[in-house]
Design a binder for this molecule. Structure first.
Ligand SMILES: NC(=O)c1ccc[n+]([C@@H]2O[C@H](COP(=O)([O-])OP(=O)(O)OC[C@H]3O[C@@H](n4cnc5c(N)ncnc54)[C@H](OP(=O)(O)O)[C@@H]3O)[C@@H](O)[C@H]2O)c1
Length: 273
């Protein structure tokens, strides 16, 4: 499944890249070639992302930056002021993609209240694209009814070889909406799988590049994170890997519904099997 869209298909997750060491690692990633940076109000990395963007010397249009509105900022009174603070922290007039980080549990904040604010952020030019994260199909359907077909650019979800979320994957394909795979390396677990290692040996790359190439081959956007130059390079190498149909099938067979991120505030997930 070939991805084509406005969001660079391989991005950098910045969770954990706090402080000066975080800025240096993000800058290194940009030097390696990463052009899509994923931050959030709760990561404490918006400042580091902005600093690395400026220090890179690249023009604003060459970098794609995503941030996410925290679940504590969903009420109308908080929403847009929190986005303004994010823009100030990053040091930009507009982000490329603004996501709702988590839906409000049990609609404590009414769904339409924050989704209309998300649309308003775009209408005001605070973001180029809008999207969501951790949204099950039921919430994607509500979004479609409220904002119309095609309004949501992506749904960022936990997806990796051991959690492939086939129901959500097929729904997103039908909608023509790419999913963004967060924690795509299952926090490094992909390095310990014999099938992935065997395919990696055949391609002369590391296992992480195979996991990412597989996810991109499924049409997903991926945002692996690393603080190490060697790992940043190993992950970026995924852009040069195309798996054969037979290798894609072997990777699909690794799905075991292994969900790693499941806090109490989680919605009811679509793919529990
Ligand atoms: N929307 C959400 O709710 C949500 C939730 C979680 C994450 N995210 C986003 O997704 C991004 C990625 O997720 P993540 O950071 O949790 O997990 P991840 O990307 O699956 O894994 C990162 C971990 O794997 C290690 N690693 C990276 N490359 C490696 C390589 N080539 N070989 C061996 N180990 C490697 C890293 O260690 P080193 O630093 O030592 O390389 C780090 O411990 C986050 O940064 C964040 O932007 C979003």
């Amino acid at each position: 499944m070939i991805y084509s869209g406005p969001i660079p298909q391989l991005g950098l997750g910045t969770f954990g890249r706090t402080g000066d060491a975080g800025t240096e690692a993000i800058l290194k990633a940009i030097e390696i070639g990463y052009r899509h940076l994923d931050t959030a109000q709760t990561y404490d990395t918006e400042k580091q992302v902005g600093e690395a963007m400026r220090r890179s010397g690249l023009s604003r249009g060459d970098l794609f930056v995503t941030t996410k509105v925290a679940d504590t900022m969903l009420e109308k009174a908080n929403f847009l002021p929190s986005v303004e603070r994010s823009l100030a922290a990053i040091g930009v007039d507009q982000v490329d993609l603004l996501l709702i980080h988590w839906p409000s549990q049990n609609d404590q904040v009414p769904f339409a209240e924050y989704m209309l604010e998300l649309a308003e952020a775009k209408a005001r030019g605070l973001t180029r694209l809008i999207g969501v994260s951790n949204f099950p199909i039921a919430d994607l359907e509500r979004s479609r009814q409220l904002l119309g077909e095609g309004a949501i650019a992506t749904n960022q979800m936990e997806i990796h070889p051991f959690l492939q979320t086939p129901k959500l994957r097929d729904y997103a394909r039908d909608m023509g909406m790419p999913l963004t795979a967060y924690q795509p390396l299952a926090k490094g677990m992909v390095n310990d799988d014999p099938t992935i290692s065997a395919i990696a040996a055949a391609h002369g790359v590391g296992p992480s590049a195979i996991a990412l190439a597989f996810l991109m081959g499924e049409g997903h956007i991926v945002i692996p994170a690393s603080g190490s130059e060697a790992n940043l390079r190993a992950n970026f190498a995924a852009l040069g890997v195309t798996l054969t149909p037979e290798e894609m099938d072997r990777m699909r067979a690794l799905n075991r519904g292994h969900r790693r991120i499941d806090p109490a505030k989680s919605p009811v997930w679509d793919d529990q099997d």
